[in-house]
Structure formats: structure tokens, C-alpha cells
Design a protein around this ligand. Sequence first.
Ligand SMILES: Nc1nc2c(c(=O)[nH]1)N[C@H]1C(S)=C(S)[C@@H](COP(=O)(O)O)O[C@H]1N2
Ligand SMILES: [Mo]
Length: 245
Amino acid sequence: MDERKKLSRRQFLAAAGGTLVSIGLPGLFVKVLDGENQAVAAELRPDGRPRLPPGQQLVSMLADMGGRPGKATISDWNLRVHGEVERLLTLDFKELLRLPQVELTCDVHCVTGWTLLDSRWSGVQLKTILDLVKAKPSARFVIFEAAAGYTSNIPLTEALKENVILAHSFAGSPLPQAHGAPVRTLVPDRYFYKSAKWLEGIKVTVRDEPGYWETRGYSNSADPWKQERYDSLLSPLGRSMHETP
Ligand SMILES: Nc1nc2c(c(=O)[nH]1)N[C@H]1C(S)=C(S)[C@@H](COP(=O)(O)O)O[C@H]1N2
Ligand SMILES: [Mo]
């Protein structure tokens, strides 16, 4: 089946059917595409892993999962890149647009159990920015610093992957405020809480610094194919609640 037929089938299913399920935010429900799940589960990614990670269900659109938005707009946004780097860097939005731009079509997987396929983003690879600041040889982790104190953390090896980007557009339009405007991160191969919205800073570190959700019981490594959802030794509040700061 070609890509276009697949998409239109998904859109058809979205319009025709599907079940509403709660995704852990009070009062927030998303439509799950039952019929499509099995077909997609059988698809394989180029890396050989199943397209649909275990325990996930397909949804037809990007839910607004909340969080406390930043105040920055395109005209006053700044990104501070600091920590274990040879050169400190502060970028504004215009400077971000002058860096090489990429388009990324990827699947995103929320820890509460929904997966959105083929979401379309554009922005700048995180690797491009890390190349500019040059991580010191001792550097091992990247910490995303977002508005209102939200943070998330990934290993430097993950941060350098080509599908990890700072996104300023979604589905062909400027990133909506609810989804992290003006700039958010996307780490498609980890659960979506790693993808910080309303990004303000990037810190490169020697030691890991578990972030907002990672210090509240969610998995630090967050690999959807290993179902790394909760670190069981920590507070288990995550299972029923997914409220953002
Ligand atoms: N700054 C910030 N980023 C955040 C969050 C947040 O609360 N604040 N929530 C995370 C979680 S738990 C998810 S599932 C995704 C949701 O992104 P969306 O609202 O665009 O679907 O953003 C992540 N990034
Ligand atoms: Mo989430």
C-alpha cells in the first residue's frame, strides 16, 4: 500500500469509528483507532522494531497534554546552550531559522498509551546545535530546560540521533502554543515526556539529571519498545495520574 492510501485509510477510520479512551488527564479523552492497530503492529520500522510499540494504541491527532506554557514569543525567544561545552551559545528565533532546517515525519508515543503515526515537524537537528557548542569529551547527558521549571534528560548518544530535533513547526504550520511554541524538542524514540515543550535552554552535563517526570516515578530511560513507563521503586502515582506542573 502506498503512503497516501495508508493515510487516507487512517483518516477514514478516524472519521468513521474508534473508541474514546481516557489518557490520564482529568476529562481528556482521545479517539483510539481500533481497526488499524493490528495492521500497523505488523509493520516494521527500518531498524526492525515494530511500528507500534507494545501496549500502545493509535490515535488520529495530537492531544494537548497540558503543562505550563512559556511566555516567550517568536520575537523575544532565546535559547541558552550551556554546561559541559567548549563555547556557550545563545540563539534567538531568527538565528535558529538560519541554521540548516530539516523536516521530520515521525511517530510519537505517549507513556499514557497513545501513539500518533506520521506526525510532521520541521526545525533544526539537536546535533547541529551540539556541533556549534562542542560538547567536552567528559559530556554524557543533555538536559532540556523548559518554561516553569519543566526539564527532561536524555543521554548524549540519543541526543545526537538524526531524528532528535528542535521543532518550530507542526503539520506545516508554526507550532501552536499548546504544543510548545515557539520551540519544543522532539525525541521520537523515547516516551513523549522527554520531548520538552516551550524550550528555553539546553544543558550538557557529565552526570545525569532526572527531569520533572523522571523524578516523579516515570522511567528515566523511557524506551517504548521495552515498555519502560514507570520506575517501580519510585512513587507509583504515575499509573493513574498524568498531571503536568
Ligand atoms: N514544558 C513542558 N514540556 C512537556 C510537558 C510539560 O508539562 N511541560 N509534558 C510532556 C508530556 S508528559 C507529554 S505527553 C508531551 C505532550 O505534548 P503535546 O501536548 O504536544 O501532545 O509533552 C511533554 N513536554
Ligand atoms: Mo505524557
